[in-house]
Design a protein around this ligand. Structure first.
Ligand code: HEM
Ligand code: FES
Length: 769
């Protein structure tokens, strides 16, 4: 059943065919991938993160960093094949499609630059938070009507009885399309999925093509109707109106194609995401109960479900020039299957990714909505729907459970994923609204947009505070509700709220010690209050608010040898790393530097557990670490991990200058995505014409961050100048444009800017905000 041939010239390849047995066995239409895509490619994430699949004729990309890098670069990796049929179409099916005049072409999602971005920007307005708010009452009303229909039944197939039709109706409302023919549309849109991402047999292909053809014609008829009076609400009438002003940008072919693709984009994705989310939460009962008890967690639950069990499992890109992905050479013309569901479960980015953690700090990093210039425009509508579904169900049916032993089936395809049926049951006599009818009427606020990137805090209780060295205490923390705290990986830190201050501390306990986090805190004479607070106020029984854990200091598991260097209290993340490498049987050495041994925390533990791997360096004993000698000879496969005072880190950076670029790793408490060097940048003032405010942008700060700090909310997505979401109008002042969104002419006009990356050339700039 091979659809592609090996891209390597076998005659020329000395070692024969490089496609590994697992790669050649990979079948995205087989039961394993259909049941659980990220689990089916776990082997690839671990062993061969970029591989060629001869059965599919595609290169498959499975790790987080690689998938994101592909999404990020839409020139090298063209989206033009996103809607191409993954299974070659039979002559008969092609003829069937032709009979209906089927001419699906470029929409947004499969459009290249320079056409795509101007079109996206012209069509963005209906997706802005101010516009989306108007849809909330409609989504709420529909959801209630559907729940009312089955609330007293005691058993329901949620897909059939709610989760398919509500998103379809919402999609039609959003698009501004009449609500008739819902059942037919359901058949049509499944046909579109199978036609695009599935592997129908030759006989099925013709039946599928019939429905796709009819769907195409239906889309044309509705479009014609809307053209006669495009004054109404909805994205399609809005696009028809926009066509009058921008006929070159919004073409006829685009309108017909988006009319059909838009229904699927807005409907099936969301229906599947909702079914996946409810299934996942009911399978993790304690998490479901947490939401029932604290509905404030719903936006975070939505995000974690989208990460863990998103409805778009994989997406596609075409390689436009010879390049590399994850270090693997990929030729021009190759097709990529980028498995975003696998990226979302990559432990190199998400700690213990198979677990469901509503307070996961980086859940919003998931790639279920894609990333960069094509990132899903409708994601906030989808988030709104998912929040309302969870709100209504957890409030009205908190005792809902999955019907045991049901088998979940999925429409076989590479990309769109959700169970075809989701049977749930409950005891209607126990419905809370029978005792208190007002429960059915409650309405909790919906968050438009993603939940705060900082995650939700957990409440923890101090279990013990013990002296760990001179001026150092070791604090053990456990969850106040007695439940185990989430597992963490070496290098992770947590944010503790200490009175008015938030401070970050690396975890230094044993990651396997379930339920307890340990930190060690040095009383710093120059403390701005954090360490003093810990030393003076924390006692067993004190409760604190904690965020995280999060990890920006991850161990590369592939190193052949590790050199760990800790200075003073910098031992905290390093000891966890050394413990980990020791347990895994890896090769390492641990250098611990301090003033004298009495001031060195965790030294006994280091001595006990790391024996002759440990090298203690103290100035008191004259055994200071000779950094230059330690790093004199670069060794291939050796990685250096260091944490400690700036002086030590600077010396290590200097001494490792002749090592490979990525050999030295130092602790960062913030992500390094946008590093602005204050030595190169300058600060400036931003005058806001509408609100009369002046906001100072520091040299190491983005305009977006400064505006937010001043309470001025500007939406953003990529925050690196790719997607166009943070655009604002500029009234005065010259802009230093650093995005790839604006055209040359727009840059020259200087009337708009992307606040996430662009800056002022001079001392001030005026924005219409
Ligand atoms: C694009 C997923 C809901 C409209 C995309 C992409 C993905 C995606 C993976 C491609 C991103 C890329 O290439 O970087 C999802 C998921 C949804 C969802 C998982 C639900 C949970 C919606 C809804 C709408 C919508 C409700 C419309 C109301 C679009 C549009 C694009 C898009 C217009 C193309 C954007 C562009 O290329 O500039 N979506 N989507 N989506 N989605 Fe969604
Ligand atoms: Fe994407 Fe600024 S361009 S957030």
């Amino acid at each position: 059943m091979s659809t592609g041939s090996c891209p390597v010239d076998h005659a020329a390849a000395a070692a024969g065919c490089p496609v590994s047995p697992r790669a050649s066995a990979f079948d995205p239409f087989g039961p394993e991938y259909q049941a659980d895509p990220p689990a089916a490619v776990r082997w690839s994430r671990d062993e061969e993160p970029v591989f060629y699949s001869p059965r599919l004729g595609y290169w498959v990309v499975t790790r987080y960093d690689d998938v994101k890098a592909v999404f990020r670069d839409n020139t090298t990796f063209s989206p033009s094949i996103a809607l191409e049929k993954i299974t070659p179409v039979s002559a008969e099916a092609t003829a069937t499609l032709a009979k209906y005049g089927y001419a699906m072409d470029r929409t947004l999602v499969n459009e290249d630059e320079p056409e795509h971005m101007p079109r996206r920007r012209v069509l963005m307005h209906p997706f802005t938070p101010e516009q989306l708010v108007h849809h909330e009452p409609m989504v709420r009303r529909l959801t209630r009507e559907y729940v009312d229909r089955f609330v007293d039944a005691g058993k329901a197939d949620l897909v059939d009885e709610m989760l398919w039709e509500v998103p379809l109706t919402v999609a039609l409302h959003f698009l501004g399309v009449p609500e008739e023919d819902m059942a037919t549309l359901r058949e049509y849109s499944i046909a579109h999925t199978v036609n695009t991402w599935g592997r129908p047999s030759p006989e099925e292909q013709v039946a599928v093509a019939e429905n796709v053809g009819k769907f195409w014609q239906y889309a044309g008829t509705v479009l014609d109707k809307l053209r006669q009076d495009p004054s109404g609400h909805g994205w399609i009438p809005y696009s028809i109106r926009a066509q009058r002003e921008h006929p070159d940008v919004i073409t006829d072919s685009y309108l017909h194609s988006i009319m059909m693709a838009g229904i699927v984009a807005a409907h099936e994705t969301t229906a599947n995401a909702a079914a996946n989310a409810i299934k996942l939460l009911l399978e993790n009962r304690s998490v479901w109960e947490e939401i029932c008890a604290d509905p404030g967690l719903i936006p975070h639950a939505v995000e974690e479900c989208l990460r863990h069990s998103g409805s778009v499992a994989a997406w596609r890109r075409l390689v436009t020039r010879d390049t590399t992905v994850g270090g693997v050479p990929i030729p021009r013309g190759a097709k990529l299957l980028i498995v975003n569901s696998s990226a979302n479960r990559d432990e190199r980015h998400f700690d213990h990714p198979d677990e469901v953690d509503l307070r996961r700090d980086n859940a919003t990093d998931h790639l279920t909505f894609g990333y960069g210039s094509h990132q899903c425009l409708g994601k906030n509508l989808a988030r709104m729907e998912l929040q309302i579904f969870l709100d209504e169900l957890t409030r009205r049916l908190p005792h809902l459970e999955l019907v045991p032993d049901q088998e979940f089936t999925y429409v076989p395809n590479t990309s769109f994923r959700g169970p075809e049926h989701l049977w749930v049951q409950w005891d209607p006599a126990a419905n809370p609204e029978r005792a208190d009818p007002s429960i059915a009427e409650l309405r909790r606020p919906v968050r438009i947009g993603e939940p705060s990137k900082r995650g939700v805090a957990r409440t923890v209780t101090v279990v013990s505070v013990e002296r760990a060295a001179e001026d150092v205490v070791e604090v053990a923390l456990a969850a106040t509700d007695g439940k185990p705290l989430p597992r963490w990986s070496p290098g992770a830190h947590v944010d503790l709220q200490l009175g008015e201050l938030s401070r970050q501390y690396s975890l230094c306990g044993d990651p396997a010690e379930a339920g307890t986090y340990r930190i060690a805190v040095l009383k710093d004479p120059d403390s701005r209050g954090g360490s003093r607070y810990v030393h003076e106020n924390l006692r067993p029984g004190t409760t604190l608010s904690l965020r995280g854990p999060r990890n920006h200091f991850r161990l590369d598991p592939t190193a052949r040898h590790y050199v760990f260097v800790a200075g003073g209290i910098g031992i905290t993340p390093i000891i966890a790393m050394a413990d980990h490498v020791k347990a895994a049987g890896g090769s390492y050495e641990l250098h611990y530097c301090g003033r004298d041994t009495t001031a060195m925390a965790l030294l006994d533990r280091c001595r006990r557990d790391h024996g002759d791997r440990l090298h203690v360096h103290t100035s008191a004993d004259g055994t200071r670490l000779d950094v230059a000698a330690l790093l004199a000879n670069p060794a291939e496969g050796t990685q250096i991990y260091a944490c400690g005072p700036e002086r030590l880190l600077d010396a290590l950076a200097e001494a490792s200058a002749h090592w490979p670029d990525d050999a030295l790793h130092v602790e960062h408490f913030t992500t390094t995505q946008q590093v602005l060097d204050p030595a190169v940048e300058h600060g400036f003032d931003v005058d806001l014409a509408d609100s009369g405010l002046t906001v100072r942008v520091a040299a190491d700060q983005t305009v977006l961050a400064a505006l937010r700090a001043a309470g001025v909310d500007v939406p953003s997505d990529c925050e690196e100048g790719l997607c166009g979401t943070c655009e604002v109008p500029v009234l005065d002042g010259e802009v230093d444009h650093r995005d790839v969104v604006l055209t040359k002419a727009e840059r020259a006009a200087g009337t708009r800017m992307m606040t996430c990356c662009s800056r002022a050339c001079g001392d001030r700039i005026t924005l219409r905000l």
